[in-house]
Design a protein around this ligand. Sequence first.
Ligand SMILES: [Zn+2]
Length: 560
Amino acid sequence: MAWNLADLFTSVQEYESSKGDLAQLLAERADEKRSSESIEFLEELSTRFELLEAYIALSLAHDRSNTYYSNEEQSLLLLNTKIKNIKKQLVRNSDKLSGSDKNIVYAFFVSRLKRVFAHQADEKTESMISDMERINGENWTSLRKIELQKLRSTDDQSLCVIQARQLESEDAVRQNSLLEEIKMCRKAEEVSCRALNAIKAENNMVSKARGHSSAMDMVLHNEGIPFCFISASLASMGKVSKNILSGIAKKQSRIGTDSFKWYNINYISHNQKTLPLSFENAIEVIKKAFHRFHPEAGKMVERSVSHNLINYEKVETKRSGAFCTNVTAKKSTYLMLTYSENLRSYISLAHELGHGFHYSLMNKHGYLANAAPTTLKESVAHLFEILACQELCIQYPEHCQQIYEMQLTSLASTWIDVQSRYLFEKEVFERCSDHYFTPEELTQLMLSKQKEIIGDYENEDAYNPTTWISKPHFYYSEKPYYNFPYMIGRLLSYYLYGRIKDDANFTNELISMLETSGMCLFSESLNKIGINETAPDWSRSENEIVSVINQFSSSINKSF
Ligand SMILES: [Zn+2]
């Protein structure tokens, strides 16, 4: 069902008048130096803005062809820039903050602003950077999108439709659709190549202008994550790589294939129709899983349903994908996905509700304390995927094999697809300042990263070297490295899962860490649950991951 957004604004008129109020507030207070120094004022502006932004983003997600909402999205960007300027002003004057600003949430908020904005260049350079981002980065992203849309109108099938066929049960259909995907992507390689070179060079230049050593350095700095944490995590991923590949090999031999096939990574080889996964039933099982974790989590799922916060039906005009939007002032999280009655949708529902639960915990401390690092947010969502799978196994023990297969699939997709994209992007960043990549070079580079993980195969369908063209994440000009939070989040989720199993008190420890995770550094949050961010010990995660694969393998052996 679509959301009822009356809780945000009862009508477009009410939205318009609230937007007018905010614009006026910004204009009136712009000259009053003292008030723009106050965090209370900033909190008020941000809370008002969050409501406007959520109202438009949600309306647009439900009806992406609506021009009123897409125009409003643009007009809100301008208001946001004004609020951002107040934040910068606040950082400049942070030594003058008044007594009431000194509470712990405010203090952390200011220190985070200081950390991020300490790296802002001087005013002139910053204004050039924002022009550059607006004119180049965003335009390249849009141009590529337009070119892809043109392909859609000349070929009768979109990329999404072709990719969806890689989940179908007939081997030949999956194989052909992969080859078709590669062929179709090649038609967009010229514009994608130009866009990729331009966006990555721009990200590099911005990071240098702000005094960072690289784009990676900038992203990690903003998230508050030390690089050694990433390298230790990658090393740990390497340790279980062979187990994941052998799990995939087991799945492939179950369906009669002996060499590695890219199109089998995400494929679930079981007949999923045997699992009763209507939306209502899925919610019931997920509610049990969340409740088993903690009654408060179960209540959050219940509230999401009773308050109509989940938009799950198939609607032509809806945005694709799944997301979770938090509105602090209403203490509500709005979820969107397109639910099909299969395991993938079930997992996606649990994932988004996991984000929702995390937000509900952070909301207790208000708007200024709800920006946890993405990596941590993803680890929580991934944890609830695992818990939902475990609950499904409890409810339907006769279907465990396909549930283990689903978990293996999620792991394989992170290890192979996401990791190869991370390695690819890292190399592009390292070389793009003085090198222009041709489409052939990019395809070769992606292929080499996929080979690094999977190994060397003769067959052309073992790899998908055009993922650099098909993955929109590479072209989000404002979000470089839109991949490692998913990788590390997956690793961290298995650590959390292992701790929950072994220690009855851990859930409460985890909940109190999550509550404050938007007002603590990433390292502080990790330390609270026993992880050293400079030398993380991932052996618990590795053991849990190996155990999932073993469960899958032995269930296969039993059924032979
Ligand atoms: Zn997520």
